[in-house]
Write a protein that binds this ligand. Structure first.
Ligand code: NAD
Ligand code: UDP
Length: 362
């Protein structure tokens, strides 16, 4: 008798966090349908993920199916659910990474952000409901906590007050998910994961953080300085209320995040668990200042990072570090990789991908 196949739909699976999560899910036996518009990624990433997975050639093709398309495309989503939901298989859950993610860009193009992030998610949830697929893992962000200048660890029930369109789209999606959970007649199971500052890369260096536009985040910019594409790093403010005056963040290795997704997915799929709704911070619980990150990156990779101080960046906060006790106790998640590994893996991946582009390899 043929075994019934349980598929997971992964939207945005070609992106930074999505691609690393694909590896962890494949290694744990999940069959994946990957939907990505490639607006901020490329199909090469999927090929590399499949090569990195320890599946043999034939199995790879059947365990991960890539579909290029947009989550706002209702017809396409219906088609995907119809194709992969029948007497032999069904889509049992969706892990939803797809969306636009630049804070700065969201202030310039707010409509695009509301459309892609909020309309895209509503569209997806409607089709899921239609096909009775009610298990959902959502990529939220620490940005939703807004201004926190008290230098205290952030807990999940702290005040939500996003101060930019990107963070506001994440907040609104979280509210929609809250509404679904309180519906009486449907049994949604939802995990909201609030990432702090994802960084690092798979140890192979074959995939990593590869945004199409110019990056705004610190680690990708440090990589560019290290590669001498930028003369020096501009450090936004040295007068913050922190030990060395520079901003403190909670950097988290992307492979630890990937493992967090696996555990969250397993939690919501296990109907014996107490709750059908979890909201979890995913960080390390340890703060690192800009100067500390620069210093660690330089030492671990033996490369100089010239920098200068400039004015504070609009909308920045002094300190953003997660209290991760909920993720530890609810899904038994313990991030394992330290700052040195984040710096080493990030630089290794950056150099390798520059080399691939230079030699026009896939
Ligand atoms: P990413 O841009 O690398 O990945 C997102 C992927 O989604 C890309 O491959 C992109 O092509 C795809 N995509 C975008 N809009 C789409 C659409 N409408 N339909 C289909 N595909 C679409 O970003 P990432 O860093 O991997 O982030 C993944 C998720 O995590 C995003 O929702 C982001 O907002 C959230 N997040 C990221 C960070 C971070 O610092 N990287 C922090 C907190 C939350
Ligand atoms: N930062 C900086 N120079 C840069 C980019 C970032 O000094 O070119 C600082 C920023 O002010 C913050 C920290 O680095 O204190 C992390 O910034 P990032 O944009 O990566 O993350 P976020 O602020 O969204 O948490």
């Amino acid at each position: 008798m043929e075994k019934f196949i349980k598929n997971i739909l992964v939207t945005g699976g070609a992106g930074f966090i999505g691609s690393h999560t694909l590896i962890t899910l494949l290694e744990n036996g999940y069959r994946l349908i990957i939907l990505d518009s490639l607006v901020n990624s490329s199909e090469t990433v999927i090929k590399r993920v499949l090569n990195l997975s320890n599946l043999h050639d034939k199995k790879r093709e059947s365990m991960a199916i890539f579909i290029k398309g947009d989550v706002r495309d209702q017809k396409l989503l219906i088609n995907i659910f119809e194709t992969y939901t029948n007497s032999l298989q069904s889509i049992v859950a969706v892990v939803h990474f797809a969306g636009l993610k630049s804070v700065f860009e969201s202030t310039k193009f707010p409509l695009q952000y509301w459309d892609s992030n909020v309309s895209g998610t509503i569209n997806l949830l409607k089709i899921m409901e239609r096909f009775n697929c009610l298990n959902f893992v959502f990529s939220s962000s620490a940005t939703i906590y807004g201004t926190n200048n008290k230098n205290l660890l952030i807990k999940e029930n702290d005040v939500i007050n996003p101060i930019n369109p990107y963070g506001q789209t994440k907040d609104v999606i979280e509210r929609i998910l809250n509404n679904l959970i309180s519906e009486k007649n449907k049994k949604w199971s939802i995990a909201i994961l609030r990432y702090f500052n994802p960084t690092g890369a798979h140890k192979s260096g074959l995939i990593g953080e590869n945004s199409k536009g110019f990056p705004n985040n610190l680690m990708p910019i440090i990589n560019k300085v290290a590669f001498r594409e930028i003369k020096e790093l501009e450090i936004f403010g040295n007068d913050w209320n922190t030990p060395d005056g520079t901003g403190v963040r909670d950097y988290i290795h992307v492979m630890d995040l990937a493992e967090g997704h696996l555990l969250a997915l397993e939690y919501i799929l296990d109907k014996n668990n107490k709750s059908n709704f979890i909201k979890l911070n995913l960080g390390t619980g340890t703060g690192t200042s800009v100067l500390e990150l620069v210093d660690t990156f330089s030492r671990v990779n033996d490369v100089e990072i010239p920098y200068k101080f400039s004015a504070r960046r609009d909308g920045d906060v002094s300190y953003s570090v997660a209290d991760i006790s909920q993720a530890k106790s609810k899904i038994n998640w313990n991030p394992k990789r330290n700052l040195k590994e984040m710096c080493r893996d990030s630089w290794n991946s950056y150099k390798k991908q520059k080399d691939y582009k230079f030699r026009k390899l896939h």
